[in-house]
Design a protein around this ligand. Structure first.
Ligand code: ADP
Ligand code: MG
Length: 232
């Protein structure tokens, strides 16, 4: 690592003493219980663990979509604790692509319109945004479906649209929460390969969660969680 620039050596994500606690009358729930980790840049990491172990909570804190009760997260060199909500939203828009288990597509918009969405509020030239969307759609192999509505696509195809949408801001970091959780094994394999290939080809950092241990072998790094804690 002697010749690498210092910025490239810094981890993509560093979490220190992360706690996420939900107060409940029947007893506090610790979704995350003092999690400390570092995830290297340009790598693929899967967070596995049973349902309820805190995988989504961890990913949401990394995305700045929720705030920790204790501890802090540094993402791409920026400490999220020091940012207000607008700054967090800006950071997500500029650097992060997020893929959800349930695709989160807008049913009344076409594939192309759904993929264009992240760049629509940026007041960029509509033709340029469309050209970028078509490129992202091509990267996930859906160029023959640009005018379809989500309801006219299979689950695997809808997740490919969600992946294309996540690529629109050319993110350094892609976060995917159970991206294959709703898919049959063949579609799951396609999505996973696309996600990892797209990450590798552009040196992006990819972090995904999965309750399926089979996914673990496909990623460079594995993190296992149980009851809000990392386990060896
Ligand atoms: N808003 C909430 N209020 C109370 N408990 C919550 C809330 N959100 C999540 N939890 C709890 O936090 C734990 C971790 O949840 P989650 O991160 O979704 O786990 P996973 O993604 O591994 O299935 C679970 O026990 C869940 O019930
Ligand atoms: Mg989850």
């Amino acid at each position: 690592m002697v010749n690498s620039a210092p910025a490239l050596e810094a981890p993509a994500v560093r979490a220190a003493g992360l706690v996420k606690m939900y107060p409940r009358s029947e007893g506090d729930v610790y979704a995350l219980d003092h999690v400390t980790l570092a995830i290297p840049r340009g790598s693929s990491t899967v967070i596995t663990g049973p349902s309820g172990s805190g995988k989504s909570t961890l990913l949401f804190l990394i995305a700045g979509l929720a705030r920790p009760s204790e501890g802090h997260v540094t993402v791409l060199g920026q400490n999220l604790a020091g940012m207000n909500d607008d700054e967090l939203a800006d950071m997500r828009r500029s650097h992060i692509g997020f893929v959800f288990q349930n695709y989160h597509l807008i049913p009344t918009l076409t594939v192309c319109e759904n993929v264009m969405l992240p760049l629509t509020p940026a007041r960029l030239d509509a033709l340029k945004v469309r050209a970028k969307a078509l490129h992202c759609i091509e990267q996930v192999g859906l160029q023959k479906r640009i005018n379809h509505l989500p309801g006219e696509l299979s689950g695997g195809e809808q997740q490919r649209v969600a992946l294309a949408r996540a690529l629109m801001n050319n993110p350094e970091l892609i976060l995917a929460d159970e991206p294959t959780g709703n898919l049959d094994p063949e579609s799951a394999d396609t999505i996973l390969s696309l996600l990892l290939d797209l990450g590798r080809s552009d040196c992006r950092t990819v972090i995904l969660t999965s309750h399926n241990r089979d996914v673990a072998g496909r990623c460079e790094h594995q993190i296992r969680m149980e009851a809000g804690r990392l386990v060896p």
